[in-house]
Ligand binder design. Sequence first.
Ligand code: GLP
Length: 241
Amino acid sequence: MRILSAKDYEQMSRKAADILSAQIILKPDSVLGLATGSSPVGTYQLLIDRYRRGELDFSRCRTVNLDEYVGLDDSSDQSYAYFMRKNLFDQINIDPANTHIPSGINPDTDGECSRYDALIRSLGGIDLQLLGIGNNGHIGFNEPDDCFAKGTHQIRLAEATIQANKRFFAKEEDVPRFAYTMGIRDIMQAGRVLMIASGARKAAIVKEAFFGPVTPRVPASILQLHKDFTLVADEAALSAL
Ligand code: GLP
């Protein structure tokens, strides 16, 4: 486990964008595992800037996103598919056919989960997985549980997650209660894992996840066991250490 400290959100985003850029330059057909939320927006903007300056080429990259809300189709402006198009895909030269996100509207839950796991396998696995962290330690939408979930699965969002994510919706009732998420096995099998964390509201969970015991009650804690895990966090997120 490597921890890189950054002064603030902007510097955290720059350090994360540097790691992602190096991955894309060294392996132009990389499989990138991507995340949503507020944390990666600055990182994605820097990747867009570098693409516009001719420093990055996404034409051979493939992407798999961590998760999607159940019940939202990809045209819904609250869906993670929409988020990814708006914050990254529509502004770089990636082939939309090479971007993958679980389908929130597939009513066949088992079918969607096995389709997504088979897709990740068919791409040869994830080279670099980008992650944020939920206030309760969730990664993707792997919520605190009694055991670590393996593959892609459908979960009921924890109350803490509904509370944290309601800021993106007009009202709390609009927050979907279920989501599809890659499992812990999918994330742990990635060649490299890069987590970004910013702000004082992440300080307690960063300490618990990476300086406490490895437990499914704090899903991110399993990353302590990953062979190539880097946390890039700003001073506020590291302030409890
Ligand atoms: C959501 C996403 C996670 C993300 C988390 C933290 O629940 N499913 O992938 O890491 O929120 O989001 P933020 O970066 O906005 O704090």
